[in-house]
Ligand binder design. Structure first.
Ligand SMILES: [Zn+2]
Length: 401
């Protein structure tokens, strides 16, 4: 776990050998969005190791110890954020922006990794487009009849077999970070567009620059084998033969986005892509700062517990699972809360903490609420107030005193 770790691996994004392992997290749950119906199953949940490598040439960061066979991605996965009004409003703004910018009206749209299909439904409903969505975790009952009439869902991974499907626009959100062979995947997407020079693509992934800046250890989890900044994303796309039209950081810098079209990758680079030096600096301090942050949080939770204060974590998704499994604090958190009703009654991988609905807090009456994603803080405070509760609300962005 040092900067002196010998370089060995070959970067899956650019193919060079300048990869340095800079951070390790052992025994991470191999899946953090799988619904687990009993505590025993959660406590004995399989784990794997994370050894993050940084490519000095292209800035790509990935788990050099990733074993794809350990990760299940199926209808048992519950990853949607669509129950949050804040998220839904942002999602709709993004869909409208893309519809306007690329004149997506009466067009055919493909989404790779469409999850439960919410974004594709927005693009198709708002622009009267038709769509094809690929996702092995797709659940038909989650799509409204109106959207379903416009969209053909394929409950499978997007692969070479599907890449003759023509589209006017191709999007892929929160999927590329699950793919280990990044260059071959983007190469496959590029080759699917060989006869479609006017098809724009939009990709969105978690932004690793923010994760490094905030030492957000809860954002590094096993299913995410690949980590991008806007710069490393742009370099990957250019190398695959795309012209990069735009890059951006969305949702309070939590997401990195790219808009590109088939070309030869030679278009002038954008100022925002120039982040290799910043990444290099942040990577160097990450390994020493994260253990300190984990120790601070652990101490804080232990203090609450020792004072007899009841602490709950708000957010049962990957952030919450990773936060709790990293801290390994026994008996400090009795419940995790989530507004997604499909999650309640299930248990957090490896720690076995039970997930409950917000309404259950009325009886439990927590003293402290730890908000995993700060963008939902206001929404959560309002929800607590509507339940007649005024606990101390802290978020992962708040520094530990
Ligand atoms: Zn590289």
């Amino acid at each position: 776990m040092t900067n002196s770790t010998p370089m060995s691996a070959i970067c899956p994004s650019c193919g060079c050998g300048q990869v340095r392992v800079f951070y390790e997290a052992f025994s991470a749950p191999v899946n953090s969005v799988l619904l687990l119906s009993n505590r025993e199953q959660a406590l004995s949940f399989p784990t794997g190791d994370i050894r993050l490598g940084f490519c000095e040439t292209c800035g790509f960061i990935y788990n050099t110890a990733f074993d794809r066979r350990l990760v299940e991605y199926s209808v048992r996965c519950e990853e949607t954020q669509g129950f949050s009004p804040f998220f839904r409003a942002w999602h709709e703004r993004l869909a409208r922006r893309l519809i306007d910018r690329y004149s997506l009206r009466g067009k055919n749209i493909v989404e790779i990794g469409c999850g439960k299909g919410e974004f594709l439904a927005l693009l198709c409903d708002l622009g009267e487009n038709s769509g094809i969505g690929f996702d092995p975790a797709y659940i038909p009952e989650r799509t409204s009849p109106e959207s379903a009439s416009r969209i053909h869902f394929i409950a499978d991974l997007y692969s070479e077999r599907n890449n003759t499907i023509s589209s006017d626009f191709l999007c892929c959100k929160m999927t590329l970070e699950h793919i280990a062979d990044t260059a071959s995947f983007i190469g496959m997407v590029r080759s699917s567009l060989r006869d479609s020079p006017d098809t724009y693509v939009f990709f969105q992934v978690p932004d690793v620059l923010r994760v490094l800046e905030e030492q957000a250890f809860w954002d590094i989890y096993y299913e995410h084998c690949s980590y991008f900044s806007v710069g490393s994303l742009a370099r990957l796309f250019r190398r695959a033969g795309f012209d990069v039209v735009d890059v951006g950081r969305e949702y309070n810098n939590q997401y990195a986005t790219i808009e590109a079209r088939p070309g030869n990758g030679t278009r002038t680079t954008l100022a925002a892509e120039d982040d290799l030096e910043a990444l290099n600096t942040l990577v160097q301090s990450f390994a020493t700062r994260v253990p300190r942050r984990i120790a601070e949080w652990k101490k804080r939770l232990e203090q609450y517990r020792d004072k007899g204060l009841k602490t709950v974590v708000w957010g049962a998704g990957s952030k919450g699972v990773t936060f709790l499994s990293s801290l390994k604090v026994r008996d400090a958190v009795e419940y995790v809360v989530d507004i997604n009703p499909h999650m309640s009654g299930h248990f957090m991988a490896t720690t076995g903490v039970e997930i409950i609905r917000p309404l259950a807090l009325r009886e439990y009456r927590p003293d402290i609420v730890i908000v995993m994603n700060p963008v939902y803080r206001e929404e959560i405070v309002a929800e607590l107030a509507s339940l007649g509760l005024t606990p101390e609300v802290i978020s992962t962005r708040d520094r530990v005193a």
